[in-house]
Design a protein. Sequence first.
Length: 168
Amino acid sequence: MFVVARIGKAHGLKGEVTVQTHTDAPEERFTVGTEFATEPDRGPLTLRSVRLHQQIYLLGFEGVADRTAAEALRNTRLLLPEDAEAEVEDDGWYEEDILGFTVALSDGTVVGEVSGLHTRDVQDLLEVRRADGGELLIPFVEELVPEIDEEARRVIVNPPGGLLELGD
C-alpha cells in the first residue's frame, strides 16, 4: 500500500474534507468510486465527490454527510495498493520512503534526520529534525539534495550558505 493523501480539516457543512496530496497524479487517484484503505484503520472510504477549490482538493466520501463526520477523519491517511500506482519518475519519493533517513553534508557532517516531506505545488520541502530538536526545511530539489542512498538510509544535502543556520 502507498499513501495517496492525508485528510486535513473539514470544509463546509456537507462532509467534505481538505487533503494534503502525496501523489504526483491526484487527478488519476481521486476519481469518484475509488475505494481507499485508511490508516489508522477506519474502514475503507469510497470517494463520492472531488473538486478543486483554490488549488486544494476537497473530497467527499460515502457515508460522511456532515461536518462532524468529516472532522472525525482528520489526519487519516488514504492508501491504495502498490499495483494501483501510476508510473513514477525515478527521482520521485514518497514521505514514507525516506522518513528516518540520516541527513548529512557531502563531507559526512550529520545535519539531522528526515522527519517529513511537504509536497507543494511549486516545490517540495524536506523536513529535517536536527540533533538539538529543532526543525529545518530544505527545498527538495536536485541542486540542494543531490543524492539519496536507500541502502545506507542517507540523504546528502548541499545547502546554500546560511540555510542550516535558519533553524537556530
